[in-house]
Ligand binder design. Structure first.
Ligand code: GLN
Length: 191
């Protein structure tokens, strides 16, 4: 059976778990969802979700546990939100361990600090979506020479959602809404 792993190292893990379950139910699919903490569990997944949280902490644990190597060796698609977006990048404005699966350069905390968190309606997949931004990153740049990169959403002149092959990076928090649209998209994408 297809299995999606929610990386459970730090951050908004249970919200992603619930949202993924909800999206699967909505799609009427039979897919397993598990929280995963170690390389051996990650290995058995067909897709991994990396939540928001503190990318420096999550990245260090990913690196220490060899989860980065496993994801690359097994070519597992990753959906990263907020801190997850930072980790998917090849470069950030901070020196920290990254997965580097996408040819994107991410700017951390682009919208300020925790107290500057906000909600805004954004456009994605030709629909309106409630964007929840919490110390959110944005995209500084991406490798435009790569044909497998697709911008999914722009807000306030900044790229806030982008896809490269099966990997998806978004700067906001869909797991904190009631809307399963983006989770459904990731799931359909890995099947
Ligand atoms: N600013 C955080 C980081 O760069 C991400 C914040 C979040 O995930 N809500 O790690």
């Amino acid at each position: 059976m297809v299995k999606i792993g929610i990386l459970n190292l730090q951050g908004a893990v249970s919200e992603h778990y619930d949202m993924t379950k909800k999206a699967i139910e909505k799609l009427g699919l039979d897919i397993d969802v598990e929280t995963v903490r170690y390389s051996d569990d990650v290995k058995t997944c067909d897709g991994i979700i990396i939540s928001g949280g503190e990318s420096t902490v999550i990245g260090k644990l990913i690196n220490e546990r060899g989860i980065d190597k496993t994801i690359k060796d097994y070519d597992i698609p990753v959906f990263g939100t907020c801190a997850g977006m930072v980790l998917l990048g090849k470069k950030t404005d901070f020196n920290q361990p990254l997965l580097g699966l996408m040819d994107i350069n991410v700017k951390r905390n682009n919208y300020g600090r925790q107290k500057d968190s906000f909600e805004a309606e954004i456009d994605i997949f030709n629909q309106k979506f409630p964007g929840v931004f919490i110390r959110a990153p944005s995209l500084e740049s991406y490798d435009k020479s790569k044909e497998n990169i697709r911008v999914l959403s722009i807000f306030d002149e900044k790229i806030i959602a982008i896809q490269q092959e099966k990997n998806i990076a978004i700067s906001f928090h869909p797991e904190l809404t009631e809307n399963t649209l983006i989770h459904e998209y990731f799931i359909n994408n890995i099947l």
